[in-house]
Each structure stands twice: as structure tokens, then as C-alpha cells.
Design a protein around this ligand. Structure first.
Ligand code: WQD
Length: 341
């Protein structure tokens, strides 16, 4: 069964392509290579074997190209839509680019599939839509809050676009609200490839440990948490990839009568920045050079998922530990020395 994976050469997309192939699906990848590398396609094959993975270098903001894609690939039964820009700081600098990249592409895809009952849709949303939630853990019915960045706002608007489209078309969709995806495939073939200076914690840590960065700044140690640093729900990208396939199967097997369902995808466990550093040092034997720095604007104090709904409805649960996630991220970082990307 053919499944379109947009952004299929990106961080979460590439792991999901591997998972789809291992579950017997035939992923077709669209990627414009704006924040990914064509070599990832070969890396995926290094993991799954020399299977044919159709790849189309298409910019989803090209309306005609999207239309032509669906004319060419008439057997697509599901779309997992990852393709988007995701740097919070960049989105503040260039809001129009973010609204254009993240929403125009979504609209063109929906225009092509919303009248086709047999094409199901999975969307990458984010826990960022909750802002600083009042209650922990966060359930799916916690109110969404005004985003602190255009990036976050694109996720809120995208959810609304999908929701409203399902009300008046045949579209059936699942929105997955990711918490903090980390780690890499255990093979070290694929992982996160941040462009330039990483904004996210784990790539910054691994790049510091390997000597690319001088020291890690811990943004704030005066938060109202046990050790003063922020708490997040770090989920292994392999677990997250599995969640996509399980969600897709729910729609394909018609196990849901709802037009839209929303699931938090996290571990349910909160970990502080200091705990991340300590765990990383323990499992790698590396001493990490870090200092305390002022709070980062826009950061929330604490966010971790209530996973009851996703556990019970999808029968999916994160199974990998934080130690596994960090050691796979480290393995991936070390592998970069031997590769060109
Ligand atoms: C985690 C913690 C930082 C870097 C962001 C997006 C979210 C989602 C995932 C994705 C925070 C601290 C970080 C550093 C630090 N989007 N930190 N020093 O901000 O929870 O979520 O990425 O595509 O929408 O907002 O993740 O990894 O940036 O930060 O102390 O150099 O690490 O303050 O507490 P965040 P993160």
C-alpha cells in the first residue's frame, strides 16, 4: 500500500519511512531538500535493504506540481505530512516565510485529497499549541493557547484548517501533538541534522561533547522546578515513528468513526535539563562543559504529556528509555565524523 511521506528525508520523516517499510508499506517521499540531504535516501536503504523508494523533489508550495504528483501516483492511500519549517527563532525573524511554507503546502495537499475518502491524513502537530499548560500532565483537551512564535502559530492554524476541512469534505485525519523528539536510529545511519548552530537541547549537547561547540548554555536555573531548570517530555524518535504507523492503521482499517482525532505523543515523563545533562554524562562517560545562562524567551517551565488517550485508543506506548534515546543521539553524532553529512 502506497503512503506519501512529505518531508520524508527529514528527522522524523526518515525514521517513519523506515518504520513504514518494515511494516510492509510502500512509502513515496516528497522532499524539497531545503533542510535535508538526498544522501538520507541511501541511508534509509542501508537500513531496510535495496528496496525501491519513489522520491520526488517537489516544493509543496508549487500548486501545479502537487496536482501533478497526485495525478501520477493514483494508488496513494495515506499521507503523513511532515514537511514544514520548524525553527522557532527563525520564524520570529521571518513570519511570512513560515506561514507560506507551513500553510500553503498544507492547503495544496488538502485540496488534492479532501474529496477522496480512501486517502487518510496524519499531521505533525506539536505540544507547543498548549503554551504553558496549567495542569500536568497535559491532556488533549487542555486549552490551546496563543502561540509565542509564528512557528507555533502555524501549528495552531494548521490544526484549524484540517479540522474545518474535515467538517465539509471526506477528509479523515489524525493530529499528532509531539512532545520533544530526540535520538536516532540505532544503526547510526539516520538522525537529526541541524543546520548551523543547533537550537534544540540534545543536538547542542552532542555537538558540545564532540567538540564542535565550546559549551552548552543552560537557559535558566531559577524556574519553579526541583532543580530550577525546565522540564520536558523527551520521546525517542523511533517510538514517535511507530506512533505514526499505528495512527495511520487506525484510519486505514476504519477503526475510527471520527473525522478528526488528536493524540499527544510523548512518554508521560518529565525530565529537567540538568537531568538530561547528568544522564548524558553517565551513559557516555563524557564530561559536558556547561554554564548557566539567562532564560530563553518564549520557553515554558514545564510540559509533559498525559498519554492515556494514545495508549488506550491507539494501543501505542513509548517503550524506549531516555538512556537509549541519548545514547542513540551520541552514536549518531559520532558517526557524523565518518560521513559527509
Ligand atoms: C528543551 C529545553 C530549553 C537549548 C522546541 C519547539 C517545539 C518543538 C521541539 C519542533 C528547554 C533548554 C535548549 C540549549 C538549553 N518543535 N535548552 N540550552 O523548546 O522544548 O521545543 O523543539 O520542531 O515546538 O519549541 O525544545 O530542545 O529547544 O529545549 O538549556 O542550548 O532545553 O530552554 O528547557 P523546546 P529545545
Amino acid at each position: 500500500m502506497q503512503i506519501l511521506v512529505t518531508g520524508g528525508l527529514g528527522f522524523i520523516g526518515s525514521h517513519t519511512v523506515v518504520e513504514l517499510i518494515e511494516k510492509g508499506y510502500e512509502p513515496v517521499i516528497i522532499d524539497n531538500l531545503s533542510n535535508s540531504n538526498i544522501e538520507v535516501l541511501q541511508r534509509i536503504k542501508n537500513i531496510v535493504g535495496e528496496v525501491n523508494i519513489p522520491f520526488e523533489q517537489i516544493d509543496l508550495k508549487d500548486k501545479n506540481a502537487v496536482r501533478d504528483f497526485f495525478k501520477k501516483y493514483t494508488e496513494i492511500k495515506g499521507v503523513i505530512h511532515f514537511a514544514a519549517s520548524k525553527a522557532v527563532g527563525e520564524s520570529v525573524q521571518n513570519p511570512l516565510m513560515y506561514y507560506d511554507n507551513n500553510l500553503t503546502s498544507l492547503i495544496y495537499i488538502l485540496q488534492n485529497i479532501s474529496s477522496k475518502k480512501n486517502i487518510k491524513f496524519i499531521f505533525s502537530s506539536s505540544c507547543t499549541v498548549y503554551g504553558q499548560a496549567e495542569k500536568m500532565p497535559i491532556t488533549e483537551d487542555a486549552p490551546r493557547q496563543k502561540a509565542t512564535s509564528p512557528y507555533g502559530n502555524t501549528k495552531i492554524i494548521a490544526e484549524d484548517i484540517i479540522n474545518e476541512t474535515t467538517m465539509v469534505t471526506d477528509l479523515q485525519a489524525i493530529l499528532l501533538r509531539y512532545f520533544n523528539p530526540v535520538g536516532a536510529h540505532p544503526s547510526g545511519e539516520i538522525g537529526e541534522l541541524p543546520l548551523g548552530v543547533p537550537q534544540n537541547l540534545i543536538p547542542f549537547i552532542t555537538q558540545t561533547a564532540v567538540g564542535i561547540r565550546k559549551e552548552l548554555s543552560v537557559f535558566g536555573n531559577d524556574y519553579p522546578t526541583s532543580d530550577g531548570t525546565c522540564i520536558r517530555d523527551y520521546i525517542h524518535v523511533m517510538d514517535l515513528a511507530e506512533a505514526h504507523v499505528v495512527a495511520l492503521e487506525r484510519l486505514i482499517n476504519e477503526n475510527s468513526s471520527q473525522k478528526v482525532e488528536i493524540f499527544n505523543v510523548g512518554t508521560g515523563k518529565g525530565t529537567s535539563v540538568l537531568e538530561i545533562i547528568q544522564t548524558f554524562e553517565k551513559i557516555t562517560g563524557q564530561k559536558l562543559n556547561y554554564k548557566y545562562a539567562p532564560r530563553r524567551e518564549g520557553d515554558t517551565t514545564i510540559a509533559y504529556a498525559d498519554t492515556t488517550k494514545v495508549n488506550e485508543t491507539l494501543g501505542w506506548k513509548a517503550t524506549r528509555t531516555l538512556e537509549e534515546a541519548l545514547s542513540s543521539a551520541w552514536n549518531w553524532q559520532e558517526n557524523q565524523k565518518q560521513h559527509t553529512i
